[in-house]
Ligand binder design. Structure first.
Ligand SMILES: *Cc1c(COP(=O)(O)O)cnc(C)c1O
Length: 426
């Protein structure tokens, strides 16, 4: 495939015309820049707004105005069970049984709630294995949970150091850490896609290694959900959490999600931080004093769902359902493959990508480093932004560029390459 790539706008436009998913772009609002569409490569950070979101939110506002409390039962989409309207769509994008997923809270909150149940340290087995480059929330959450249980991060936090040249982690490093420390690790917590490098982790292989050592396994899928096809159920993971405002396009601060494997569906004895919405829905309104959890992921809900935040997620999941993760992945491989080819063959004197070159080890994101150091990197990032080419900057020296298959075009990738070239010559 790569030998067929060409670096011209004509070639890129021809790919866009032939793209079977091209109509999905029209379902999104593309931020304008000086009278034309910007090149938005930041769907890994905040996905674009589906056009249908405005009406979906307006409908809930209307029902609230017209029905007030009766909206719980008589709304067009009754609020009482509103989180159930996104269940099948969520199950589809993460590859889970519907009973294994729930939309609730936000990622960091869900991570804490999951650790309450699945990080159960004992004097012999109290450690948590994370990556040294973990996202701050993950590290803070884990360290605070360790302390909360009376242990100390100095003894109970085990960090995986990157062992590959660009700061990525080999499967061997994970194997080695589990072989060495497995019997004192209570929980393994790793990402689906690493936020800084764009590296994809092999969830099933990690679960196999960790479970063989008797550890629980959870995943932070912030950068994986909506980016890659996932098979959470088959991976065997104990739990997973994610946010919905990145590739899932559900809007700023959107309601997050959690997965709890079926094998934990009926473990009423598990400690958890409970609330009325996690109570068995058939007897919830008897308001009894004894907490009886709803079987499955629903049992971890605390509060009644945020309708205005779920409405955009419902719209977004409908788009994912119609496009289908396999087709999105297929386009994503071409689009990101093309961007990487441009970086390697046309811009190699200016840039390098630190994301794994093997397409099976990455999603849409390329993490790009500018040769010549951090200041040049900052300068290029700003130059691009000033021209409506939107990526994001991650310290210390990475520009993340994520062509997403729902709304990015091959033409966007050429525009990026041409702007970088112009900057290099300027
Ligand atoms: C984006 C992101 C978060 C954000 O957490 P919120 O609770 O939604 O603010 C957490 N972890 C990772 C790895 C992320 O990429």
């Amino acid at each position: 495939m790569s030998t067929a790539y060409q670096a011209t706008a004509e070639w890129a436009r021809a790919q866009d015309v032939a793209d079977p998913l091209r109509a999905f772009r029209d379902e999104f609002l593309i931020p304008p820049h000086e009278g034309r569409d910007s090149q938005y490569f930041c769907g890994n950070s905040l996905g674009l707004q589906p056009r249908a979101v405005r009406d979906a939110v307006a409908a809930e506002l209307e029902d609230w105005g017209a029905l007030a409390v009766e909206g719980h039962f008589k709304g067009r989409l009754p609020w009482m069970d509103y989180h159930e309207f996104v269940r099948d769509g969520l199950a589809e994008v993460v590859g889970a049984l519907p009973s294994e997923v729930v939309a609730m809270n936000t990622l960091g909150v869900n991570l804490h709630l999951m650790m309450v149940s699945f990080y159960r340290p004992t004097p012999d087995r109290h450690a948590v294995l994370i990556e040294a480059g973990a996202f701050p929330t993950d590290r803070y959450a884990v360290e605070s949970q360790i302390r909360y249980h009376g242990f100390s991060p100095a003894l109970s936090l085990i960090e995986l150091q990157p062992d590959e040249p660009n700061g990525t982690l080999s499967q061997t490093a994970i194997e080695r850490a589990l072989a060495e420390h497995g019997d004192r690790i209570a929980l393994v917590l790793l990402p689906g896609v690493q936020y800084r490098t764009g590296q994809v982790f092999d969830l099933k292989a990690i679960v196999g290694l960790a479970h063989a050592q008797g550890c629980m396994v959870g995943f932070d899928l912030a950068h994986a959900v909506g980016n890659l096809p996932l098979s959470l159920h088959d991976s065997g993971a104990d739990f997973a959490v994610w946010c919905s405002y990145k590739y899932l396009n559900a809007g700023p601060g959107a309601v997050g999600g959690a997965f709890v494997h079926e094998r934990h569906a009926h473990t009423e004895h598990l400690p958890r931080f409970a609330g009325w919405w996690g109570h068995d829905k058939h007897s919830r309104f008897r308001m009894g004093p004894e907490f009886v959890p709803t079987p499955g992921a629903d049992g971890w809900q605390i509060s009644n769902p945020p309708i205005l935040s779920l409405a955009p997620l419902r719209i977004s999941l409908d788009i994912f359902h119609r496009a289908g993760m396999p087709r999105l992945r297929e386009k994503s491989l071409h689009l990101t493959g093309y961007l990487e080819w441009l970086v390697q063959t046309q811009l190699g004197d200016l840039l390098e990508s630190v994301t794994p070159r093997d397409p099976s080890r990455r999603g849409s994101q390329l993490s790009i480093r500018v040769l010549g150091g951090r200041e040049r990197g900052r300068a290029l990032f700003q130059y691009l932004l000033d021209r409506g080419i939107v990526g994001d900057w991650r310290e210390p020296d990475v520009i993340r560029i994520s062509p997403t298959p729902l709304y990015n075009r091959f033409e966007d990738c050429v525009a990026f390459a041409e702007a970088v070239r112009a900057w290099g010559q300027g």
